[in-house]
Ligand binder design. Structure first.
Ligand code: ADP
Ligand code: 5GP
Length: 216
């Protein structure tokens, strides 16, 4: 099967990273596109694992060199997907999981129309705020900025191929897995389908001739 890009977006705190992590742990047919960002690492985040942490100058240089498939500004920082990351995962025969915000998702869909996009929706606005607070990664100003962004990002949900409500985590992960399963069965992604059905058709035709001859 031809591997494809799976874009996961949600407002900050919606649960896309958690869902992506569970899928990546459970399945060998997926690889993560490690984004580049100019924001600093959070506690526990490692360079080259969670993100490629770049200085703004290095980000600009790589952007000018055309190294990004897409890029966007978010919360006062730059984020972007490196072509080399997408190519690395595709070259290993795995689907590319991308955890990106909505402006970047638009650019990816435009550049690579075969992309599968999923919007992860929190069960309610208040649950989103609670989860984002509960994650405790932002100070009050950062939290406020993310909530302003979140209110805007929610409105982009209708642009995506699929929407998954992240109420129960296991159910949400299962729903994205079901999407992957179905997308893998698209006729356009079934390698050698045309040759296979031609060969099969010829076999069936030959069998019919045999049957006709033996009953004559
Ligand atoms: P995002 O990557 O979209 O910003 P995260 O994956 O970091 O969001 O999730 C935000 C917070 O909500 C995290 O603390 C995470 O553990 C928690 N969370 C995610 N999904 C669920 C869920 N279904 N039920 C309860 N908590 C969740
Ligand atoms: P965070 O700072 O919480 O890790 O990420 C902030 C936002 O940036 C999230 O919505 C996340 O999905 C998004 N993001 C992460 N990597 C990329 C990327 O490579 N490109 C774009 N456009 N957004 C990204």
């Amino acid at each position: 099967m031809k591997p494809f890009l799976l874009v996961l977006s949600s407002p900050s705190g919606g649960g896309k990273s958690t869902i992506a992590r569970h899928l990546l742990e459970a399945r060998e047919d997926l690889g993560y596109s490690i984004s580049a960002t100019t924001r600093g690492p959070r506690a526990g985040e490692e360079d080259g694992v969670h993100y490629h942490f770049l200085t703004p100058e290095e980000f600009d240089r790589r952007e000018a060199a055309g190294e990004f498939v897409e890029s966007a500004s978010y919360g006062g920082h730059r984020y972007g997907t490196l072509r080399s990351e997408v190519d690395r995962v595709l070259a290993s025969g795995r689907h590319v999981v991308m955890d990106i915000e909505v402006q970047g998702a638009r650019q990816v869909r435009q550049a690579i129309p075969d992309t599968v996009s999923v919007f992860v929706l929190p069960p309610s606005g208040s649950v989103l705020v609670e989860r984002l607070r509960g994650r405790a990664t932002e100070n009050e100003a950062g939290l406020a900025r993310r909530l302003v962004h979140a209110a805007e990002e929610l409105l982009a949900a209708t642009e995506y191929d699929y929407v998954v409500v992240n109420d129960d985590l296991v159910a949400a992960v299962d729903a994205v897995a079901a999407i992957l399963e179905a997308e893998g069965h698209r006729t356009g992604r079934t390698a050698g389908l045309e040759d296979r059905v031609r060969t099969m058709s010829a076999e069936v035709r030959a069998a019919r001739t045999d049957v006709a001859e033996s009953s004559a």
